[in-house]
Design a protein around this ligand. Structure first.
Ligand code: FES
Length: 492
């Protein structure tokens, strides 16, 4: 007997089988088989998966598609497959009605903007002549199987797993590119140009660089990118990172929301596994990063999951009871980041969680099989304290008060679903800033798309990189003090 490990989003399951077995047949048994628009002929490319282990060589159809196809692959022994998620975990928004203005585009008829997030990967495919967004694709970063956060990934790379991490993300991007091309009904080889953004660690691992410099004080990156090279056989621009832990995802988001284009003071928060904070004040850019942990991405908590159908994404207190909402109105399967924030806010309101975060009556069952535990609440406290204290330190370093901030941009997939009143209720955002905040979706991907359409914007990123002032949070007495204070749940 052999074992097939199947991953989709945050969920993993294993089935045993007698090899050889067609992959498709086994996936059908579990109800997880991708749709087969071409009836399993190997011609549409829409059943692409990420497959490793003891499996058949790629056949002609798979070589043509450039990916493993679940309708073609045969399992010869133990194997693992990663399936694209039903609901794309990253909200795909352009803010420009899906269209770019191709002023000085990268070469070729088609190009892709890609965001390599610590937890999720997102891609948009563009016609570089018209600027139209043709399709998109998203999936969980397969490197999450190794470690949830950047520190764990750096550690794994330093122990020799760098090539495996690089291969995993490269294969995943290839699969997404082929999926997006199939959705747009164009041959993947006609996609000539890429802009791949991501945090500094993700770009190190993608390009196979040794991340030693990111792992040791003074934590200065020995490469901040802003370079063009080749990836997946295509021309690829890797945008400038701002610092070892404030990456190209932040610089691209700053570009996309246009912070340097306005005189007003603005704050950008990317609340991901690594919380990144950027403040534009008095014509200067102040940046910081803080380890928020993966809780807000639905990871590392007992019933956490991505933004998949059935994820609890909204919780409201109604008297002593809780009103639960799930994505797609499906039976609850877990708790995604926004649901986690809501659940804690609601239980604070009902008194089931006190100001210190203690759950007097123990774990709380939100729905059958979905429980919020004391450990989960502690993870939320750690994450929100890191973001709130980091924000306070950046404002202090710039000599800026909360009242001076005209606008707060909440970037990232999590921010798209976050309800700002709930974020304020748990103290993730001070109430004074929550009033000025709005979600800007995957602004990093928006910025990457802008760079695809206009190569002249590269010099603006370089200028941001040179001018950015990094605010150190490690060893900062103010950060330590605020972190302890922010662990408590205030009045909100
Ligand atoms: S179902 Fe069309 S390629 Fe597999």
């Amino acid at each position: 007997m052999a074992t097939l490990t199947i991953r989709r989003g945050a969920s993993t399951q294993q089935i045993t089988f007698t090899p050889p077995q067609p992959l498709d047949a086994l996936l059908h048994q579990t109800g997880l088989a991708p749709s087969r628009p071409c009836g399993g002929q190997g011609s549409c490319g829409k059943c692409a998966v990420l497959l490793t282990g003891d499996v058949s060589e790629s056949n002609a159809a798979e070589r043509k598609a450039g990916v493993r196809l679940s309708c073609q692959a045969v399992l010869l022994g133990d194997a693992a497959v990663i399936l694209p998620e039903d609901a794309e975990p990253v909200q795909i928004e352009t803010g420009t009605d899906g269209c770019l203005t191709p002023l000085r585009p990268m070469p070729g008829r088609y190009g892709a903007a890609i965001d390599v997030g610590t937890t999720t990967l997102a891609l948009r495919l563009y016609d570089l002549h018209s600027g139209v967004c043709l399709s998109s694709a998203a999936m969980r970063n397969p490197q999450t199987a190794v470690a949830a956060d950047v520190i764990g990934r750096i550690g794994a790379a330093l122990k020799g797993d760098g090539p495996a991490l690089q291969a995993a993300v490269t294969q995943a991007l290839d699969m997404m590119l082929c999926t997006a091309a199939a959705r747009a009904e164009i041959p993947p080889e006609e996609v000539a140009s890429l802009v791949v953004t991501g945090n500094t660690t993700m770009l190190y691992l993608l390009t196979g660089r040794n991340p030693y410099a990111l792992s040791r004080a003074p934590f200065e990156a020995d490469c901040l990118f802003g370079t063009e090279g080749t990836l997946l056989g295509r021309r690829c621009f890797l945008p400038d990172c701002l610092h070892a832990f404030v990456g190209a995802d932040t610089s691209c988001a700053i570009l996309a929301v246009g912070m340097p284009d306005r005189a007003e003071t603005a704050l950008l928060l990317d609340v991901g596994t690594n919380g990144e904070i950027a403040l534009w004040h008095g014509g200067r850019l102040y940046i910081a990063s803080t380890a928020a942990g993966p809780a807000f991405e639905g990871a590392g908590i007992s019933c956490g999951c991505g933004s998949i159908p059935g994820a609890i994404d909204r919780v409201d207190a109604d008297g002593g009871a809780l009103l639960i909402h799930t994505i797609g109105g499906k039976e609850a399967v877990g708790l995604c980041g926004s649901g986690l924030v809501d659940a804690v806010a609601a239980l604070l309101e009902t008194g089931a969680i006190d100001e210190t975060g203690a759950m007097e009556d123990g774990d709380y069952t939100l729905a059958p099989g979905v429980t919020l535990t004391q450990k989960d609440v502690r993870a939320v406290q750690l994450a929100k304290a890191a973001i709130a204290a980091g924000t306070a330190c950046v404002l202090s370093a710039a000599g800026c008060r909360e009242a001076d901030v005209a606008r707060v941009y909440i970037a990232g997939g999590f921010g798209s679903h976050l309800r700002l009143d709930k974020a304020a209720a748990i103290g993730l955002l001070p109430p004074a800033l929550a009033d000025k905040a709005h979600a800007v979706g995957n602004a990093a991907l928006d910025g990457a798309a802008l760079l695809l359409a206009d190569t002249a914007l590269r010099h603006r990123l370089k200028a941001l990189q040179i001018a950015a002032q990094h605010v150190r949070l490690d060893g900062s007495p103010l950060f330590s003090q605020r972190y302890v204070e922010e662990m408590l749940f205030g009045e909100g």
